[in-house]
Design a protein around this ligand. Structure first.
Ligand SMILES: [Zn+2]
Length: 136
């Protein structure tokens, strides 16, 4: 008897095999995702929301999504780091007129890197963001 399997519906599937045993799949919208893919999807949705709600709501949606996907899936930055940078930008440097500047910030901003790598400082930024926005 064969186990029922689904093909992961996530465009950026992060798993080794695109097939998912039914018991391990998670429904997102009308599709089935790996758990890891569902988690990645929701983290990216959150990053987009931070950008549009707290950094700049006038940027082009497709450009913003393109930059975020590029950072995570092509340049391989950790999704949690990208979220942290977004929060930091939202709190400390909101004057952003183009999402492309995020490439430079993520690559070159040593202060943000240092804060991310220091548990207390990282918590400080997260707390401050949560306090400002009500988002944890
Ligand atoms: Zn997947």
């Amino acid at each position: 008897m064969s186990v029922k399997e689904y093909k992961c519906g996530y465009k950026h599937c992060v798993c080794e095999s695109i097939m998912i045993p039914a018991s391990e799949s998670v429904v997102v919208g009308k599709r089935r995702y790996h758990k890891e893919c569902a988690e990645m999807h929701s983290k990216i949705e959150r990053i987009k929301r931070i950008y549009f709600d707290y950094i700049d709501d006038k940027s082009d949606y497709v450009q913003v999504v393109g930059v975020i996907n590029n950072l995570i899936f092509i340049k391989k930055y950790d999704v949690d780091y990208v979220e942290f940078v977004m929060k930091h930008v939202a709190i400390y440097s909101r004057n952003i007129k183009s999402p492309y500047i995020l490439h430079t910030i993520i690559k070159k901003n040593e202060l943000i890197k240092e804060k991310y790598n220091d548990e207390n400082k990282r918590k400080g930024v997260n707390d401050r963001f949560a306090y400002r926005t009500g988002i944890n």
